[in-house]
Design a protein around this ligand. Structure first.
Ligand SMILES: [Ca+2]
Ligand SMILES: [Ca+2]
Length: 289
């Protein structure tokens, strides 16, 4: 189920895409190594100068670009800026959803909702895409195991994860969905859990480390809402985000749609080198004006 985007003015909070430019400082000992390093450094600078363009449900992840009124009529951009954007975004993309490559398709920039904003649309055959990426690489370098039953005991009632959450938010949370994947490639899996306590109008998505300690609450929602059932059916793990490497640095980002007043928000989170970036420790969401 989609929100009726055509009527929504978009306010989107997007945290930075962390383009890793970490160089390798190891010493050169042979000519072969020197050649290899030169090649690597050329590859790195190529990556930096030509980073992938990533799109989530039609919306550019580059927030600076997204805020440009490319297709505006009254206060739109000049023709050369429009051409530049069309050249950049009207191109072929690799489309992905739920860990699966769907195919390649030509993307087209279009104005949405009385020119309120622009997005990239694809042929109808690919209308289930979540993420579109301009470059050809494997954005799922490690497997994401998803389950909605038979969780590790830490995620069951009485388990250590739920105990932390219950204490922090004064709720009786239950785990509804769980993704397990090694985000940062250190050989240990992290967990992304969807937790609910309907009685308290509480739902949260939290990132949990391999030691079963909560790293961050990517979403925490706790407020009275007539639409709570609707909200939780829309903001499932599977249908409102993707765990995917959007910048080809080998680290899998967590890309999530969050509920927001009359619209939704996209956020991108990165867990790397044992630290979490791209968001607050707790991202509270609200549908109140
Ligand atoms: Ca890991
Ligand atoms: Ca990445």
């Amino acid at each position: 189920m989609k929100l009726s985007k055509a009527y929504l003015a978009i306010i989107i909070l997007l945290c930075g895409i962390w383009l890793c430019g970490c160089g390798d400082s190891s010493e050169t000992t042979t000519d072969d190594t020197a050649v290899e390093q030169t090649k690597q450094s050329a590859d790195d600078s190529q990556k930096e100068s030509n980073p992938p363009i990533a799109i989530y449900r039609g919306l550019a992840l580059d927030i600076d670009d997204r805020n440009v009124d490319v297709e505006g009529v009254d206060e739109g951009v000049d023709e050369s800026t429009r051409e530049k954007f069309h050249e950049k975004y009207n191109r072929e993309y690799y489309l992905y959803s739920d860990g699966t490559f769907l195919g390649k398709a030509q993307g087209k920039m279009e104005a949405i909702g009385y020119y309120a904003y622009w997005q990239i649309t694809f042929p109808d055959t690919y209308n289930n895409e979540e993420v579109a990426i301009s470059h050809d690489y494997d954005p799922y370098p490690r497997e994401n195991t998803y389950t909605n039953a038979d969780f590790p005991k830490e995620f069951n009632i009485g388990g250590t994860v739920l105990a932390q959450v219950d204490k922090q938010f004064s709720v009786n949370a239950q785990t509804k969905e769980l993704s397990s994947v090694d985000l940062d490639g250190d050989g240990k899996n992290e967990y992304l859990a969807l937790l609910l306590d309907k009685g308290s109008n509480f739902f949260a998505k939290c990132l949990v480390g391999s030691d079963f300690k909560v790293i961050a609450f990517i979403t925490a929602f706790k407020e009275e809402s007539d639409y709570f059932d609707n909200l939780i059916s829309h903001y499932t793990l599977q249908d409102s985000g993707e765990i995917i490497d959007v910048n080809n640095d080998g680290i899998m980002e967590i890309l999530v749609e969050l509920p927001h007043y009359e619209l939704f928000t996209i956020k991108l989170f990165t867990y790397k080198n044992g630290t979490f970036s791209g968001g607050d420790f707790i991202t509270m969401t609200s549908i109140q004006p």
